[in-house]
Design a protein around this ligand. Structure first.
Ligand SMILES: NC(=O)c1ccc[n+]([C@@H]2O[C@H](COP(=O)([O-])OP(=O)(O)OC[C@H]3O[C@@H](n4cnc5c(N)ncnc54)[C@H](OP(=O)(O)O)[C@@H]3O)[C@@H](O)[C@H]2O)c1
Length: 287
């Protein structure tokens, strides 16, 4: 069945590839980005794939832009079936190094932006008594990473938000919600994060600097040794989004690769897809 899909952060990476894949499946995709000057890559790939994609401006930090994009879609299509909260940004300054503005920004883009988009689509999905919200989080939303505490905490927040809404939305409103947790994806993500984090000032020369250097070298040698298994292409992760969307009983959470599954095992082994815990909490509190 053809679905109407809103996806955020489609100028590059996973958002762009998912937009193309979902449109190729015959769905009506509204690809959104905060800066429409970046639309050319998406339009080029859409033309090559011979698919028609709706393009709208949406900045997850700008509530008005979210409301306008959602209103436009509902006005044109009369329905909104899937929201994919994909927009996100990495950040690697630690808690002492980040400024107050950086703390606000990393939390706002990665967590508050998700809440804003969910709030914007829920009235229509509740009216329809159907829908699926897919939040792209990360293995870093389950397992904390060195020098990533602010980014990981924002992704943990999305995990807790997803887990909590999974108790109410499917049971009472017929709306599914899933957290998709990629490991590494070969996209602009790390370049953008490096630019955002160290671009203007470089790494601070403080007591953390040698620890950060050791972390970077260890990460680089591990990446060189296991590039293929650690990193997925954005196309591969887009396939996972498609499978989750097509699943009649979608999971509360899912990793996107065998590497990610292994990386999170200690956290997820008792309940890999989150449905046991969901059912237990519902039974204890809502049945
Ligand atoms: N790459 C990885 O290794 C990895 C691993 C785990 C999870 N993830 C998650 O996967 C998702 C997609 O990331 P990616 O790998 O495809 O990275 P990417 O290529 O850097 O894409 C991120 C997208 O988010 C957009 N974005 C940033 N701030 C925004 C805002 N305020 N409003 C709307 N869009 C905004 C970017 O737009 P601009 O071009 O305008 O900046 C870009 O389109 C993110 O949620 C990320 O946290 C990535």
């Amino acid at each position: 069945m053809k679905k109407v899909i809103l996806i955020t952060g489609t100028s590059t990476g996973l958002g762009l590839k998912a937009s193309i894949l979902l449109a190729k499946q015959g769905h009506k995709v509204y690809a959104t980005m905060r800066n429409l000057d970046k639309k050319e890559l998406l339009l080029k790939e859409a033309a090559e794939a011979n698919v028609d994609i709706g393009l709208l401006r949406l900045d997850v930090q700008d509530l008005q832009s979210i409301k306008e994009a959602v209103a436009t879609i509902i006005e044109k299509e009369g329905q909104l079936d899937v929201l994919i909260n994909n927009a996100g940004a990495g950040f690697a300054r630690n808690t002492e190094q980040a400024t107050e503005e950086e703390l606000q920004w990393v939390t706002d883009v990665n967590y508050h932006g998700v809440v804003r988009c969910v709030n914007a689509v829920l009235p229509q999905m509740r009216k329809q008594k159907s829908g699926h919200i897919i939040n792209v989080t990360s293995v870093g939303g389950l397992v904390g990473q060195p020098f990533n505490e602010l980014y990981c905490a924002a992704k943990f927040a999305v995990e807790g938000y997803t887990e909590s809404l999974a108790l109410i939305l499917p049971k009472y409103f017929g709306i599914n919600i899933t957290a998709v947790e990629p490991g590494g994806i070969s996209t602009e993500f790390f370049n953008s994060a490096a630019k955002i984090t160290f671009g203007e000032t470089g790494m601070p020369d403080d007591e953390y600097a040698p620890i950060f250097q050791a972390y970077l070298s260890s990460m680089q040698s591990r990446a060189a040794a296991s590039q293929e298994s650690t990193f997925q292409t954005p196309e591969e992760v887009a396939e996972v989004l498609l499978n989750v969307m097509n699943d009649p009983n979608p999971p509360v959470r899912t990793r996107t690769s065998a590497w990610g599954e292994e990386f999170c095992t200690l956290k997820t082994m008792a309940d890999p897809d989150g449905t046991k815990l969901r059912d237990q909490v519902i039974a204890q509190n809502l049945d």
